[in-house]
Structures are given as C-alpha cells and as structure tokens.
Design a protein around this ligand. Structure first.
Ligand SMILES: Cc1ncc(C[n+]2csc(CCOP(=O)(O)OP(=O)(O)O)c2C)c(N)n1
Ligand SMILES: [Mg+2]
Length: 365
C-alpha cells in the first residue's frame, strides 16, 4: 500500500463517518502507516487479474441468479477479494490445500478452478467442479486441492486441520521429506464463536500443524454485528490462548494480506506451526442474494466502498508506474470475456444424468 493511499485511509478513518463505521475503522486506523509492502509488475498483474476475476464473476452470478439460472442460497464475495487473492497467491496452488465456506466461489477461482467449472456447478450442470451435485455452497476440486465449501459454519475447519495433519504425518511418520504442503482454512467472524474453531486451534498448536486459520472478519454474521456477539472482537488475540502466532491485517489491502500470509506460510513450512490471521474486511452485498441488506447503515457501507480493494490495488500499480490505466482496462476486458465464456459454456452444458444419481457417493468414484 502506498503512503498516499495509507494516508487517505488514515484521515478518512478519523471523522464522524469512521465512528459510525464502528470498531473496524478504529482498528484499521491503528494499523497505518503500515510497513510498505512492495510488488513487482508481474505479481501486481497476477493479483489484479485474480481480484478482478473474483469481482466480475460474482457480479455475473447475481445477474444469473435473478434471471433464475441458479437455485438455493448464493453468497457473494464482493469486497473481500483481497483476502482470497492475498492468501492463495502467497501459497502454491495444486500443492497447498484450501478449505472454504458457503462463500466459496472466489476461493475456488483463486485456487485455479476454471471459471467454466465453477459457473457450471452453480447451474447444477454435469460439467461443474462437483459434477453438479454441490451447487454454490459445495464447490470441490481434488485437482485444485480445494477441500470444499461448507454450508454449516465451522465445518471446514476440522477438515482443513486433517489436511494439515496429513502433511505433517507424511513427513514425520512416513518419512516423506518433500511433504511440505500448507493448508489455509477460510471462515468468517461469526464462525469464531463456534466450538470447532477453538478445538482446532488447540490441536493445531499442540501438534504444530502447517495451517493458516484465515478469519475474514467482515463485521457481520448475517444480521448479527460482530461486536455484539463475541467476547473480544479482536479475534487474532485469541491465538495467544493457544500459544500460536496471531496477526491482524487490513483485509482491503491485498499487498498487506499477501505479506502477512507469506510470513505465516514461511512459518508453517518451516515446521513452526499455525497462525491465526484476522483480515479486517467488508462484504459489499447482502449476506446472500436473498438478503435485502437493510440492517447495515448507509454510512457504514459508504465507509467501506471507499476502501474497495481492487481500486486500491489499481491506484498502487498506476502510481508506482507498474501498470497503466489502459493495461488494467485490457485485463478487465479479458476477464469479462472469460466470465461470458463461462456462462455460455455452463448454459450449454448437460444436466447430470438421472441414471448417475448415486454416483460419487463412494470413494471409488
Ligand atoms: C452450524 C451452523 N449454525 C448456524 C448456521 C446459520 N448461519 C449461516 S451463515 C451464518 C453467519 C456466519 O457468519 P460469518 O462466519 O461471519 O461468515 P460471513 O457470512 O460473514 O462470511 C450463520 C449463523 C449455519 N449455517 N451453520
Ligand atoms: Mg462475517
């Protein structure tokens, strides 16, 4: 993040608007001025591309949902892109492991699942990454090491813990020296009040497992405000109870998230155990596409809209002469074509065949 953007964030966080935006705003202000995170031109393009794909894909989902092309609950990720991109691009895709929640489309895309496969899954088509059996909340890809989306909150955390245990067990018990995969488990602030969260933090610390617990603290659990629901709203501090590393980061700043994730990944790969990484972020849309989003104040929404993580990255890249506006526009155009292609592909794809109703239940499939 540039000094200029940091200064803007800092000053904007001082006013009455920040007070209305709540404790996240105060915490963000205290995080700046942050150490300058740097990025190369190529890396900057990768990050910009991934975040733009996440955003445009989700916008297209909203359109398709309201046109009746997908069913059930659909939870979009708009606003939180810096977390998925910052963490996953600090890891090794198809080597490390990723575990998501019901807000999972963008984690899947960052992990490399093709947009065609994700969109097909949302349409319930046989070409979907979960063969059309999962839908929006249950994306899965063995090939891309995506361990799933989970409709029940907290369900993914023990699964991620199991993957992290597997890496360690293979290396230490089975002697596979190259078993150094790290696992990232993504989940929300509301989920941190569930038992699985505490149980898994305990085991991960006890066994020094290579795992990142990535909390996407977007201030809300459906209509429950984070500050009203938890004993200490600073979730990262709960790491100390287990003797593990904990860090908070501006979750609207992809460079800061990436730098924090890199530190955690380095620790995990070196056998130094888990990290609880709390990313302060915000969702730009309602909880799900069925939510009229009437509970959050306009002032709060405006406060966060000004911190749009994609615009912040664009400003960083252009102000450091790493990219021109034209180059960024060209990326957006490419992404729009990729998303349009995903829709065309998914619309034309076949439904799962009824004769295959019981397939993919047992391991041999
Ligand atoms: C075990 C369980 N309890 C309750 C619910 C209902 N529920 C669905 S989403 C949600 C809120 C989760 O909020 P958070 O963890 O902050 O994630 P976010 O939606 O903000 O990404 C709840 C309580 C659920 N899905 N699973
Ligand atoms: Mg939340």
């Amino acid at each position: 993040m540039t000094q200029e953007i940091a200064a803007t964030l800092h000053s904007a966080a001082d006013g009455a608007e920040a007070a209305a935006a709540g404790s996240h705003a105060e915490r963000l202000a205290a995080l700046y001025p942050a150490g300058l995170a740097t990025v190369s031109r190529d890396e900057g393009f990768t990050l910009y591309r991934d975040m733009t794909l996440g955003r445009r894909f989700e916008d297209k989902c909203a359109e398709m949902y309201y046109r009746g092309k997908m069913f059930g609950f659909v939870h979009l990720y708009n606003g939180q892109e810096a977390v998925s991109t910052g963490v996953i691009k600090a890891m090794r895709t198809q080597h490390d492991w990723f575990c998501s929640t019901y807000r999972d489309h963008v984690h899947a895309l960052s992990a490399g699942v093709p947009a065609r496969e994700v969109m097909s899954e949302l349409f319930g088509k046989a070409t979907g990454c979960s063969k059309g059996r999962g839908g929006s909340m249950h994306l899965f890809s063995k090939e891309h090491h995506l361990l799933g989306g989970y409709a029940f909150i907290g369900e993914g955390i023990p699964v991620a813990l199991g993957a992290a245990f597997t890496s360690r067990y293979k290396r230490d018990a089975l002697g596979e020296a190259d078993s150094d995969a790290v696992t990232a488990a993504f989940f929300g602030d509301g989920t941190c009040n569930n038992g699985q969260f505490f149980e898994c933090l305990n085991m991960a610390a006890l066994w020094k497992l290579p795992i990142l617990f990535v909390v996407e603290n977007n201030k809300w659990a459906i209509g429950m405000s984070h500050d009203r629901a938890t004993s200490d709203p600073e979730i990262w501090r709960k790491a100390a109870a287990f003797g593990m590393a904990g860090e908070e980061v501006d979750g609207m700043d992809v460079l800061a998230v990436r730098a924090a994730a890199q530190r955690a990944v380095d620790r995990a790969r070196a056998g130094e155990g888990p990290t609880l990484l709390e990313c302060l972020t915000y969702r730009f849309r309602g909880h799900s596409l069925a939510d009229p989003d009437e509970l959050r104040s306009e002032v709060e929404k405006e406060f966060w809209a000004k911190r749009d993580p994609i615009k912040a990255l664009a400003a960083h890249l252009t102000s450091h002469d790493l990219a021109s506006n034209e180059e960024l526009k060209a990326i957006e155009k490419e992404i729009d074509a990729e998303v349009a292609d995903a829709v065309t592909f998914a619309l034309g794809a076949p439904e799962p065949d009824p004769s295959e109703l019981t397939r993919y239940i047992w391991a041999e499939d």
